[in-house]
Write a protein that binds this ligand. Structure first.
Ligand code: GDD
Ligand code: MG
Length: 350
């Protein structure tokens, strides 16, 4: 069972990951061995999708530059680029219309005139997507969303449903007293084309705040609950976690923590960390719970804990970078300097 076409939302500003996202959208940040978007699209491809429209806004050229032939993660890729942010539902409508008009691709039939996928482009998961589609079809749902359990729902969409999976309530980013543990929107949807006609064109529309509550009120919104691996890689902590989980056996696949194109001195200590291609870790340096992006350099005796060292960034000998610090492209932490939870921009070379 498959839905052949998908819209993947990748137009956000990536604000929470600045300065890493100053030069590129968050979906072009690497997770271990390839950009985030390839993990997302590769998952769709593995479950039978062969046509993906990337919904873009912020720095769209990064995708075209990386995938000039219009292929990514094993599927045909096309692009729908908004001139201004349209919100999560507005972006889905715009992308579907662009595809129907044959823009951004070779044209052909309208792929969104039948059941299709829509995904947040920062979600990595081992959930079996075809289970979601099966529930959608069994319930004759208008829209079906994946939900996963979360101790604190406040930065997600909270979803309440009955035993059949019918959603009674969808509250985006529940505030104050509403924010409890529960099942949260995992950003993976199966949608009928009728959802598109609910989205008013020409303005920003939120799927979570406007469209889903309306579908729920009409009784057409269902959910599949899963406790399989899932993460939204869009915050400093979760971006680190998404990397580390892929090398530490928490995922269905286990990738190499240290790229074969990285150089790690024999006397360096590397624990629960990812070192990407072209990165260098000198003797006596210690890394724990951290990610070094391509070209990053960790000097002798430096300590990096729970932090991201950006593209071509340098932590000079003896420096300490701890507490969810993000170093931007080409940033330099001077000899002996201490950074704790900060954001340091540099001078990008790529
Ligand atoms: N094209 C386009 N246009 N894409 C957008 C826009 C837009 O205006 N706004 C956001 N996006 C993209 C982002 O790039 C991201 O891939 C996705 O839409 C979701 O946006 P986030 O900014 O990452 O949202 P969130 O993480 O705070 O919340 C969403 O995801 C949670 C699960 O990860 C919501 O869907 C929550 O309900 C959900 O729980
Ligand atoms: Mg997100």
């Amino acid at each position: 069972m498959s839905a052949r076409s998908a819209i993947v939302l990748a137009g956000g500003l990536g604000t929470r990951l600045r300065p890493l996202t100053e030069e590129r959208p968050k979906q072009m940040l690497p997770i271990v061995d390839r950009p985030m978007i390839e993990h997302v699209v590769g998952k769709l491809a593995a479950e039978g999708t062969d046509d993906v429209v990337l919904s873009l806004g912020y720095r769209p050229d990064a995708f075209g530059a990386a995938y000039p032939a219009g292929r990514c993660g094993g599927v045909g890729l096309r692009y729908a680029t908004e001139s201004e942010p349209l919100g999560t539902a507005g972006a889905v409508l715009f992308a579907a219309r662009e595809a129907a008009a044959g823009n951004g691709c070779a044209g052909g039939d309208d792929p969104f005139s039948e059941t299709f996928w829509a995904l947040n482009g920062d979600v990595l998961t081992d959930v079996v997507l075809s289970d979601l589609l099966a529930l959608h079809r069994a319930r004759r749902a208008e829209a079906t969303i994946l939900t996963i359990p979360m101790a604190d729902a406040s930065r997600y969409g909270m979803v309440e449903a009955d035993a059949s999976g019918r959603v009674s309530r969808f509250v985006e980013k529940p505030a104050g007293g509403d924010a409890t543990s529960g099942w949260i929107n995992a950003g993976v949807y199966v949608l009928e084309p009728s959802v598109l006609s609910r989205i008013p064109p020409g303005r920003a529309v939120s799927m979570e705040r406007e469209t889903f509550p309306a579908v729920a009120a009409d009784g057409g919104l269902y959910t599949l609950r899963s406790d399989a691996y899932w993460i939204d890689a869009g915050t400093p902590r979760s971006y680190l976690q998404a990397n580390i989980d892929l090398v530490s056996g928490r995922r269905q696949v286990v990738l190499e923590a240290v790229s074969p194109q990285a150089t790690v001195a024999a006397g360096a200590g590397v624990v629960d960390s990812v070192i990407m291609e072209g990165a260098t870790v000198e003797a006596g340096a210690r890394l724990d719970g951290s990610v070094v992006l391509p070209g990053g350099r960790i000097g002798a005796g430096a300590v990096v804990t729970d932090s991201v060292v950006g593209f071509d960034a340098t932590v000079e000998p003896g420096a300490r970078v701890v507490g969810f610090t993000l170093l931007g492209d080409g940033a330099t932490v001077e000899v002996g300097e201490v950074l704790r939870g900060g954001r340091l921009s540099g001078s990008p070379a790529r």
